[in-house]
Design a protein around this ligand. Structure first.
Ligand code: 5GP
Length: 200
């Protein structure tokens, strides 16, 4: 009785540690699939096309949006990001939980299109810690860091619209909280499956 998988939106400002939380979560949760987004941003060192992102030109990205191939899309810090629709339904039908690691504008679009989604916001313990993390990871130029810090405040203001907020102070505890949310939501979702109808 695995039923349909959950659709999970995971947001939080750049540097909140979403990637690290997810990486750790995926190691222990074989039934979870992470959607690979499309973006027009240039690859960072070590990022692979098709694994970390589908790296696309602007015209190609726009073409996919116009052809209805994106479940949501948004502009963030001067680049476009979007979720390819195709794999999502298939994974959910297989019973896998699907996680979309997306920013808040995309999160709002998913909430409208798929009100059954579960939304989780990852918060850093403070803006000072966020800035330190962005600098420490050393993947972005100063200008990009400044843009991301400016975006962080308006993103954090959207946290209250999410179903759950997890503070990523301690990685292990943040991962456990996300895992616990998935377990709880999975149990709640049994109400919505035809499992009950089939018993009657
Ligand atoms: P980064 O450039 O650091 O990889 O990602 C920047 C922001 O874009 C992050 O907040 C990330 O969650 C978000 N993002 C990544 N993929 C998508 C997507 O498909 N759609 C939307 N709306 N945001 C995304």
């Amino acid at each position: 009785m695995s039923g349909k998988g959950l659709l999970v939106v995971l947001s939080g400002p750049s540097g909140a540690g979403k990637d690290t939380v997810l990486k750790s979560l995926m190691q222990n949760e074989p039934g979870v699939r992470l959607s690979v987004s499309a973006t027009t941003r240039a690859p960072r060192e070590g990022e692979e096309d098709g694994k970390d992102y589908f790296f696309l030109s602007c015209p190609r990205f726009k073409e996919l949006v116009e052809n209805g191939k994106m479940l949501e899309h948004a502009e963030y810090c001067g680049n476009f990001y979007g979720t390819p629709s195709e794999p999502i339904e298939a994974w959910q039908a297989e019973g896998c939980d699907v996680i979309l690691e997306i920013e808040v504008q995309g999160g709002a679009q998913i909430k409208t299109k798929r009100p059954d989604c579960v939304s989780i916001f990852i918060l850093p313990p403070s803006l000072e810690v966020l800035e330190k993390r962005l600098r420490r990871r050393g993947t972005d130029a100063e200008e990009a860091i400044q843009k991301r810090l400016a975006a962080a405040k308006s993103e954090i203001a959207q946290a209250m619209h999410y179903d759950y907020v997890v503070v990523n102070d301690d990685l292990e505890s943040a991962v456990e909280q996300v895992a616990e949310i998935l377990r709880t939501e999975k149990l709640k979702s049994i109400r919505n499956q035809d499992f009950i109808e089939r018993m009657l």
